[in-house]
Design a protein around this ligand. Structure first.
Ligand code: PLP
Length: 466
């Protein structure tokens, strides 16, 4: 795109110190610490492929792929062109009054990619609003079906579903440490499903039985007539990349079906190729949920967009003629935004043309085996992952002195992150863990480079911390 010669010159770039000062003075970041002063953040200045550059021009491989979202990599000119073309053709239309080609086309495409009879799409602006929409739809659905008492949501410890009030309410991550209000009356949490936390003598099959029993017990205790839906990420992402025991999701799906409880699969992270498929629910775990939520990789992070994909069966159960005047009063100014939908369509087109799902399936075994190798470091307690998702967890070995254990528990992630950054790799620290979800275009050579850096960085941290 050539710049318009009539437009005024852009504001001159500022030096990094000034930007940092403005940021510190005026920006409240997500999950910002209000108690302690945050260190200056690195200023992301540009990005290309799988790399980010800071304001000094230093290059970093982007281990977390933005925030689990940059599937096709940064700086794709054809994305910029598709987005710019849509801005010039139809910048915006009210979704209340009009339809548009990009949103209709994208909804049709998502219906083709989604499993089973999930054919209707409500567009929102992010993962949180997609989850919120799913939960509000479930409440609406039960009200219309004449069972307003069927309202509880079952969710899981360590699950993350977003930051709007309802999505945050079904989020089980760190909820005991949460100074924010949540809607406790609507939610019951099932215990941690992480197989790493099972007793040493317990096998994975027993662990699976126990976790399915957790769901069965909650259904017995609350009663199926009180429970509206079970919400689950196929692989718990920001709670620490927790891969469920084999067959867990299928058995939970069955239990839900048996008790007329809806199953919401939150594929905000696992969707769009992260596990080598458009959606993981059916292709990886063999389940067809009632509702799928997605966002992030849907546009590869180029534009904000969320989607809630709902089964035909649910819609047919509530779309009786005599209820035609009942409104689903849920909507966003930017629902089905034509520019975001055009961006998503181009993103999907690129993923199809470049056969990115096949690529992920080809490179994932190397990614997973290099990840598993990190387990040989004494300071590493667990390594786990699936597809292009991975996590390294620092050990809380009981034989270590209390202070040392506390330090690893609180700082392992940030120490590894700092050691990786010094070597040109960003990872996402989460207390005693680091998680990775690189752009899906990552090559085998780059995967080796990424894990060589991690290996080296963990050795350094181990020498300092153990
Ligand atoms: C599984 C899952 N659901 C929902 C969300 C919320 O998405 P967003 O941050 O786009 O609102 C996230 C964000 O990380 C997520 O990981």
């Amino acid at each position: 795109m050539t710049p318009d010669p009539n437009s005024p010159p852009a504001a001159p770039p500022q030096d990094p110190q000034t930007i940092s000062a403005w940021d510190a003075a005026h920006v409240i970041h997500p999950w910002e610490s209000m108690g302690t002063e945050m260190p200056d953040r690195t200023i992301a200045a540009k990005a290309e492929g799988i790399h980010l550059y800071d304001a000094e021009g230093q290059r970093f491989m982007d281990g977390p792929g933005g925030m689990w979202c940059v599937q096709i990599g940064y700086g794709r000119r054809e994305m910029a062109e598709a987005i710019a073309d849509q801005v010039m053709t139809l910048t915006y239309n009210s979704p209340w009054s009009f339809a548009s080609e990009p949103s209709a086309r994208l909804a049709r495409k998502l219906a083709q990619l989604a499993p089973g009879d999930l054919n209707s799409v409500f567009f929102s602006t992010c993962g949180s609003s997609a989850v919120d929409t799913a939960l509000r739809f479930v409440q609406f659905y039960n009200n219309l079906r004449g069972r307003p008492e069927k309202k509880l949501f079952l969710a899981r410890e360590k699950g993350y579903h977003g930051s709007t009030y309802l999505a945050a309410s079904v989020t089980g991550k760190d909820r005991w440490k949460n100074p924010m209000d949540i809607e406790q009356r609507l939610v019951r949490f099932l215990p941690d499903i992480n197989p790493y936390h099972r007793a040493p003598e317990q096998g994975e099959a027993d662990w699976c039985d126990e976790k399915v029993e957790d769901l069965a017990r909650a259904i017995r205790v609350e009663g199926p007539d009180a429970i509206a839906a079970f919400i689950a990420e196929p692989v718990i992402a920001s709670g620490g990349v927790i891969v469920p025991p084999a067959d867990y999701l299928r058995r939970c799906r069955e239990l839900c079906r048996e008790h007329d409880i809806l199953f919401i699969s939150d594929e905000v992270v696992t969707g769009f190729g992260r596990l080598g498929h458009w959606f993981a629910s059916e292709s990886v775990f063999g389940i067809v949920p009632d509702i799928i939520t997605c966002a992030k990789g849907l546009t590869s992070g180029y534009l904000p967009l969320g989607a809630t994909i709902i089964s035909d069966r649910l819609l047919s159960e509530i779309s009786k003629e005599d209820r035609a005047e009942v409104l689903f009063k849920n909507g966003y100014t930017y629902s089905g935004h034509p520019v975001c939908c055009a961006g998503a369509l181009k993103n999907i087109e690129i993923m199809e043309r470049e056969r990115l799902l096949e690529h992920v399936r080809q490179v994932a075994p190397l990614f997973q085996s290099r990840l598993r190798d990190l387990g040989r470091h004494d300071i590493v307690g667990d390594v786990r992952g699936m597809g292009l998702l991975g996590c390294v967890e620092g050990t809380a070995r009981p034989d270590l002195p209390e202070a040392r254990r506390f330090d690893i528990d609180q700082h392992f992630g940030e120490r590894v992150d700092a050691a990786c950054e010094a070597r040109g790799l960003i990872v996402r620290p989460l207390l005693n863990m680091c998680v990775f979800s690189p752009p899906l275009i990552i090559t085998k050579t780059q995967i080796n480079e990424m894990f060589d850096i991690l290996d080296d960085a963990i050795s350094e941290v181990q020498a300092e911390m153990l």
